[in-house]
Ligand binder design. Structure first.
Ligand code: GLN
Length: 487
């Protein structure tokens, strides 16, 4: 199943799961230092893909020595041997974090996010921070102040976004796994474009403390991996209550990685609009059809359902997220942190010039849109109405999930498109989020699974959605589908 984009340079043996790595270390076949060296080698070789905003090379090598020692002494954490990259909107104490924006250039985190703290406590090594769309606003990594990320499967194409650097870093073997954030698809869609797995947890499963906020009622951090085993393990470690984020559910975290065996027969709904729409690529539709058939042959019930609110998901998402973003990004004012315009002469010009010069075009567009939909005369017509429609989308989605175990839809209408192809038309770009924002509006978990390539060698993917906090079933079924795809 995995073809050209999983070829690595011959001297670099890379492993499929963390447990493969840990076995290889136990058998003396490799070491954490050797692995870090191999990733650094790939980061150098594929530097032109622009996946990293910064590589913590020396630090990663030093930490690798520590972890090797801990492994020998039997005191290592559960993630010993795992080298990850983090999206550059996740705070890591003492390291820069920029959200790929000029306005945060040179800013250093003064604390670590909860997700980073929990991963480090299990001896993960963070090898660098990855490029992304500016403030995670985009789906192609082209809004980054630091330039687009190129797809390793075809360098003329986008990585997807906004966690584009994180997805390419995993795709091209520059790290073992990565952490992205997903507001409306930013973990799932780049994973789909790059032939890797991307999981968005239930809203409230994972702490948002220390993530640079885009739209707080949507944002969730999630893993980008090559295997379900690693996605399950990472989710298990980052999930769970956190006194610093009141939106995290106080529910026990299942040991997702302990049992990934799927048994039984499931009921699966696919959204009929996804197959009838002209906007969906033919090979993407063929893939969906093939899996519908395949799952039926295996004895599952797979039925079409109509999701009559499909036309509303993108507008509702963009009204609500721009509203939240306009409020969240008010803090970048040239005074508190980040870029301050050298041309400012007084307080007002400090605000105006710093924000005008520090933010990119897309971020400014969204702040203006969000300010508009929240303004006194339009609040009821846009923001309040969008909240009501969000509720309808959530209820309707949950109705489907009361009758079916999973919803099966594409992750994206198309595979990775050409760099520059969509950037000029925001409406075209926003519409491309049609299949990922439903789960985000409903707050439910969703996963993108790599299921082969199209005739041009570009990765294709499908997405599975399920009920809130049913990640365990989602992971088991995902593993089963990936196994089906191999035979
Ligand atoms: N493409 C979507 C947007 O631009 C999703 C971004 C995200 O999930 N951070 O808002």
């Amino acid at each position: 199943m995995y073809n050209k984009f999983f070829y690595f340079r011959p001297m670099t043996k890379l492993y499929y799961t963390l447990s493969d790595i840990q076995t290889a270390i136990q058998q003396g076949e490799t070491s954490v230092v050797a692995l870090v060296e191999a990733y650094l080698d790939n980061i150098k070789t594929f530097g032109h893909l622009n996946a990293f905003n910064e590589v913590f090379a020396d630090e990663a090598l030093l930490l690798a020595q520590d972890v090797d020692l801990k492994i020998q002494q039997g005191t290592a954490g559960r993630l010993a041997g795992m080298v990850i990259a983090i999206k550059d909107n996740i705070c890591y104490k003492g390291h820069q974090v920029t959200a790929s924006s000029k306005i945060l250039e040179g800013f250093t985190s003064i604390f670590s996010s909860t997700v980073v703290e929990r991963l480090l406590a299990e001896d993960v090594i963070i090898i660098g921070r990855c490029n992304c769309d500016e403030f995670a606003m985009g789906g192609s990594n082209e809004t980054s102040y630091l330039g687009p990320v190129k797809n390793f499967a075809d360098e003329t194409r986008v990585s997807g976004g906004s966690s584009g650097g994180s997805a390419v870093a995993v795709q091209a073997g520059m790290c073992h796994a990565a952490l992205g954030t997903d507001t409306g698809g930013s973990v799932r869609q780049p994973a789909a474009f790059c032939g890797v797995i991307g999981l968005k947890p239930t809203y409230g499963r994972v702490s948002r403390y220390g993530l640079i906020a885009y739209a707080s009622s949507f944002d969730q951090a999630g893993p980008i991996t090559k295997s379900i085993e690693d996605a399950a393990l990472l989710l298990e470690i980052i999930s769970g209550a956190d006194e610093r984020d009141a939106t995290v559910a106080d529910l026990p975290v299942p040991a997702y990685s302990d049992d990934l065996n799927f048994t039984g027969k499931k009921r699966i709904a696919y959204i009929s609009e996804a197959l009838s729409s002209n906007g969906v690529d033919v090979q993407q539709k063929d893939l969906l059809n093939a899996y519908i058939e395949r799952l039926r042959q295996e004895g599952h019930v797979v039925e079409p359902v109509s999701f009559d609110l499909m036309d509303y998901v993108v507008p509702t998402y963009y009204i609500l997220t721009t509203a939240e973003a306009s409020s969240n990004l008010a803090r970048y004012d040239g005074v508190h942190y980040g870029y301050r315009s050298p041309n400012a002469t007084d307080l007002e010009s400090t605000y105006k010039r710093s924000r005008s010069e520090g933010f990119g075009k897309e971020v400014k567009r969204r702040i203006m849109l969000g300010t508009f939909v929240l303004s006194a005369g339009y609040y009821d017509a846009y923001y309040a109405k969008a909240q009501k429609i969000r509720r309808m989308i959530r209820d309707r989605t949950n109705d489907i999930l009361n009758q079916y175990d999973f919803i099966l839809i594409p992750t994206s209408p198309t595979p990775a498109f050409e760099i520059g192809e969509q950037i000029k038309d925001p409406v075209v770009r926003y519409l491309a989020d049609i299949f990922t924002v439903q789960a985000s509006l409903a707050g439910i978990p969703a996963i993108s699974l790599p299921l082969g390539n199209n005739t041009e060698g570009l990765p294709l993917a499908l997405q599975l959605l399920t009920k809130s906090f049913a990640e365990s079933d989602l992971l088991k079924f995902s593993k089963y589908i990936l196994e089906l795809s191999k035979n």
